[in-house]
Design a protein around this ligand. Structure first.
Ligand SMILES: *Cc1c(COP(=O)(O)O)cnc(C)c1O
Length: 411
């Protein structure tokens, strides 16, 4: 086993880590010692404990620490044990998986749904499974990293699948990409179009009605990863498609394929899903490598996620509460601080500060004022566009926002 400090790996890794440290870009793992909630207990490097307002989690609806969500997990742990010890198709499908998938399909307005240990996993299963040679995947340039990687992987597994990227939310560029695909003699199969519903770094949303129209015109399937939109967007929190009224009177949504996470607004535990037609889901069950060769979602997590979505369906007012506190937060930052916050209908409130090191330094200072907001820099966002990303939760109160404003003013 090589232990030398002069192997190629050792040398280049030290260089990378030193470079990050000397330029102030090292990400520090902050340690929490309490449930995820509006206020969390943090343990600092010196061992000291601090209660801080957490404004960087994806716990949009405040369900992560909800008693029903916790109880469902405990019950499932008692009833079914620690896990499946199996992939789904061997002996890893339990009653709570069926219950959760039924809930997701109902919530999303699709025929069927299937779960994975993460949305990353779900997305990695999607394209390499549904695509065949002669297909093309067309993607927004700001789509989530899991979509980027799934698109990279697909032609490796299925030679002859093409891909195209259009400039972020540019509908002319999107139409041009579809037109090009239509006239491409190598594109003999299916056109797939994929977009984030809510774009996580800007907090802006996809133009879903226009995309629907374009997809219909070109016979393309419209796939939406609405991980930051489920539980947040639309009157009842269905997602960005509900925001645009793309649900018919029977509750069926006008999106062909959803991918999403159970680790954000929908409970904050973990897990991901594909929600789509029965045939598409059946194909995933038969052929999707990440489900054929990797363990099922833990049963306890499935039970908690199901309770979280059911809670949201029973208490849609949580969504309005999130919207109200987010509006208050935007107004207060704009009116009471010298900072500007990007406008959007989502619960993501980014303050652009420029350099990665600046964002990290500001985030560190805010901790001294007991505010926990993470600074994002390169490579998560483009160089020079580093930001503090404030994320609101229905668990936050006006008092929490006022404390944030006071801290921002002391920076
Ligand atoms: C957070 C996020 C994911 C990842 O979800 P996991 O379940 O944590 O893998 C995927 N896609 C988008 C758009 C996201 O925002």
């Amino acid at each position: 086993m090589p232990t030398a400090t002069d192997t190629p790996f050792a040398v280049r890794t030290k260089e990378t880590l030193d470079m990050l440290a000397s330029s102030g870009q090292t990400k520090v793992l902050q340690t929490l010692d309490s449930p995820m909630d509006a206020v969390v207990t943090m343990i600092d490097d010196d061992g000291s404990k601090h209660d801080r307002i957490c404004m960087c989690s994806n716990n949009y609806l405040g369900l992560a620490n909800h008693s029903d969500v916790i109880d469902a997990g405990i019950e499932a742990l008692k009833q079914y044990g620690a896990g499946t010890a199996s992939v789904r198709f061997i002996c890893g499908t339990f009653t709570p998986h069926h219950a959760l998938e039924k809930t997701i399909a109902e919530f999303m307005g699709t025929e069927s749904a299937y779960t994975f240990v993460s949305c990353w996993n779900a997305t990695e299963a999607l394209f390499p499974t549904v695509c065949e040679p002669g297909d093309i995947i067309i993607s927004d340039s700001l789509n989530h990293a899991c979509i980027v990687d799934s698109m990279r992987l697909t032609p490796v597994i299925k030679k002859g699948v093409k891909k195209a990227i259009y400039a972020h939310s540019d509908m002319d560029a999107c139409k041009a990409a579809l037109e090009k695909a239509k006239n491409d003699p190598e594109v003999t199969g299916q056109i797939w179009l994929i977009t984030d519903g809510v774009f996580s770094m800007e907090g802006d949303i996809a133009h879903l009605p226009e995309l629907r129209k374009l997809c219909d015109e070109y016979g393309a399937y419209l796939c939406v990863d609405d991980s930051h939109g489920h539980g947040v967007m639309g009157k009842t929190g269905r997602g960005t498609h509900e925001h645009f009224g793309m649900i018919d009177e029977n509750g069926k949504s006008q999106i062909d394929v959803f991918t999403g996470t159970l680790g954000k607004g929908l409970g904050g535990g973990a897990g991901g899903f594909i929600a789509a037609s029965q045939d598409l889901i059946d194909l995933i069950i038969q052929r999707g490598r990440p489900t054929l060769f990797s363990n099922a979602l833990p049963v306890t997590v499935a039970a908690s996620a199901n309770a979280a979505i059911r809670t949201l369906m029973n208490e849609p007012q949580r969504v309005q509460k999130l919207r109200d506190i987010t509006k208050y937060c935007r107004e207060q930052i704009k009116n009471k601080t010298s900072f500007d916050v990007l406008e959007s209908p989502t619960a993501i409130c980014p303050i652009i500060v420029g350099e990665t090191a600046t964002a990290i330094a500001m985030s560190k200072k805010l901790l001294d004022h007991n505010i926990f907001v993470i600074g994002f820099g390169y490579p998560v966002v483009p160089e020079g566009e580093a930001r503090l990303r404030i994320q609101m939760s229905a668990a936050h109160t006006k008092d929490h926002v006022d404390q944030l404003v006071e801290a921002l003013n002391q920076l």
